[in-house]
Design a protein around this ligand. Structure first.
Ligand code: 5GP
Length: 210
């Protein structure tokens, strides 16, 4: 029996503009064993996005074929586009003991929890207030006012799902929010269920196997 724990599935969701991407990038650079789950989407690439890095960009018929072939661990319509997580990638990570970071919405988090209840941790990044979120979106200045209004409506809708998450991290201060996210990740890695096999290995006199 291998004493290596299964991989951990760390889901981080938030309304856009709450600082999730910055927090996730920081976590990945501190913990290289945490790899990013690159989703598939029908959304067209934005300037600066590269095929296979931020997303696998596909057209709508291809996405439908992937659904029919049961290739997604979860998928959902978000802001009018389809997004999905590769089932093969999740299975491989769990079996090989690699941790995966997901930037997906509450619909995706819910589906992953149903499929992998022992392995999923759901973290929601809260903006300090709707007003703060509006200011952050306006400061980005890439969107028209009506787009910002729509994003704020969507943000309220997403916030209503906070009770489906295990941890809520308010991003009123980037360093403080990062410390909290990091603490959640480390605490989950060391949960009894995840480390049980290690304890049993030590008890039975085995060397610590990796
Ligand atoms: P964006 O198009 O701005 O990159 O992402 C829009 C939203 O889609 C974000 O809230 C992001 O978390 C969510 N999203 C990205 N990939 C997936 C996925 O594979 N599944 C689900 N359910 N949501 C996703």
């Amino acid at each position: 029996m291998s004493s290596r724990p299964r991989g951990l599935l760390l889901v981080v969701s938030s309304p856009s503009g709450a600082g999730k991407t910055t927090l996730c990038n920081r976590l990945r650079s501190e913990f290289p064993r945490l790899s990013f789950s690159v989703s598939t989407t029908t959304r067209p690439p934005r300037a600066g996005e590269t095929q296979g890095v931020e997303y696998n960009f596909v057209d709508a018929p291809t996405f439908q074929e992937m659904i029919a072939r049961d290739e997604f661990a979860e998928y959902a319509m978000v802001h009018g586009n389809m997004y999905g997580t590769s089932a093969a990638l999740v299975r491989a990570a769990l079996e090989e003991g690699r941790d995966l970071l997901f930037d997906i919405d509450y619909q995706g988090g819910r589906q992953l929890r149903q499929k992998f209840p022992q392995d999923v941790v759901l973290v929601f990044i809260l903006p300090p207030s709707i007003r703060d979120l509006a200011e952050r979106l306006r400061r980005r200045a890439t969107d028209a006012e009506e787009v910002i209004e729509r994003r704020l409506r969507v943000a309220r809708e997403e916030l209503r799902h906070y009770h489906e998450y295990d941890y809520l991290v308010m991003n009123d201060d980037l360093d403080g929010a990062y410390d909290a996210l990091r603490a959640v990740y480390l605490a989950q890695l060391h949960s009894r269920e995840r480390q049980r096999a290690l304890a049993e290995a030590v008890l039975s006199g085995q060397e610590w196997l990796l």
